[in-house]
Design a binder for this molecule. Structure first.
Ligand SMILES: *Cc1c(COP(=O)(O)O)cnc(C)c1O
Length: 361
């Protein structure tokens, strides 16, 4: 007798939904989840191991529940006058987002976002029994502020998601638009800045809005520019009252002593970890130019990935790349694909594979 998911007392609203699922395939060129392609140096690995070794001597005790040392180091890193009591940290920014929904969403409440955008926003929203409202972006993938204000007036969301630079399009938001949305929104406005460090020169961060807007939350991560996806560390900057709210829903001791030690040590080596960002930005700009030169449509990118198209059958192109050992992501609006910026060699492998996959060479 076969027993399946359908035989379990699963919540009605979860029936028929799918888990987050970027394929994890073992191929030589992995350009599908926007990681930094550069691994920590052996010296940094040694420093991390020493920090873990010290933490190991205290593992009989619960860790610092409030992660004060880590939050202080993150505040220093962010600058903009951000203080420790304005910072909160968790196991990836996904946990940060979940805690935000636990505190400010819930049954009878709405979270609103602008699609195409990060697929975890609706997944986390629904997982916390919150209603998801999607407002479409314009043809240039920007948020249409008038449409945004109209949707906010109609749905009165307790959480608004803005992603800047946006995933999967790479589009950064104008701060004036964020300001207008923050002024109109009745609840919290989460600016997901997972890719902030890859912004092009002159693209501002919403950190500059925190002073005037106590309901704006800027969410960041160490998974992308910081090259620390495996450690699972995300964080936010917001008014201290927001941090107090999240402390009502977080699990006690959610951040292990090992995670805290690794993150604090990584932050003390921030210069080294971020030293590849300038190269990756240059590689990204070169890739955008090259794709356009080959006649592809390409969305402007302030992130470490590029969305390009247009393909009548994008799945065929995705598979043709995979057959050549290059894994990218089949995501975004119909006809588009997304590729993460890798090392120069990885990007070269991608270019060659794409030319063959599309019959250009
Ligand atoms: C990758 C990504 C994150 C990061 O998630 P972590 O849980 O911190 O690894 C958050 N938001 C967006 C838009 C992303 O693309």
């Amino acid at each position: 007798m076969s027993f399946t998911l359908n035989d379990l007392p699963l919540r009605d609203d979860l029936r028929g939904s799918s888990p987050y699922g970027a394929p994890q395939l073992d191929v030589p060129v992995v350009l599908n989840t926007n990681e930094n392609p550069h691994a920590p140096s052996p010296e940094l690995a040694k420093a991390l191991a020493d920090a873990v070794s010290d933490a190991a001597l205290t593992l009989n005790r619960y860790p610092d529940r409030d992660a004060l040392a880590l939050r202080g180091a993150l505040a220093d890193y962010l600058g903009h006058g951000v203080t420790t009591d304005q910072v909160w940290a968790a196991n990836g920014s996904n946990e940060i987002l979940q805690q935000i929904l636990q505190a400010f969403g819930g049954p009878g409440r709405v979270a609103l976002g602008f699609e195409p955008s990060y697929s975890m926003h609706p997944i986390i929203t629904r997982g916390t029994n919150t209603e998801w409202v999607a407002v479409p972006r314009g043809d240039d993938f920007a948020v249409d502020t008038d449409a945004a204000l109209a949707a906010i007036a109609e749905h009165r969301p307790s959480v608004v998601f803005l992603t800047s630079p946006n995933n999967p399009t790479g589009t950064a938001l104008d701060l004036d638009d964020v300001r207008r949305i923050a002024e109109a929104a009745p609840g919290v406005v989460v600016v997901d800045e997972a890719y902030a460090e890859f912004r092009r020169e002159g693209t501002p961060s919403a950190l500059t809005l925190l002073e005037e807007h106590p309901r704006v939350i800027v969410s960041r991560t160490m998974s992308k520019a910081f090259a620390l996806a495996g450690a699972r560390v995300g964080y936010l900057a917001a008014h201290p009252a927001v941090v107090e709210a999240l402390q009502l829903v977080r699990l006690p001791y959610h951040l292990s002593a090992v995670t805290q030690a690794v993150a604090v040590t990584a932050l003390s080596h921030a210069d080294e970890l971020l030293s590849t960002v300038a190269d990756l930005r240059a590689e990204r700009d070169g890739l955008v130019d090259w794709l356009r030169g080959e006649g592809f449509s390409v969305a402007d990118s302030d992130a470490n990935f590029v969305m390009f198209g247009l393909f009548e059958d994008r799945n065929r192109v995705w598979r043709a790349l995979l057959e050549q050992q290059v894994l990218i992501r089949e995501t975004g609006p119909d006809g588009w694909l997304r590729v993460t910026v890798g090392t120069a060699q990885e990007t070269a492998a991608f270019r060659a594979a794409l030319l063959r996959a599309t019959g250009r060479r």
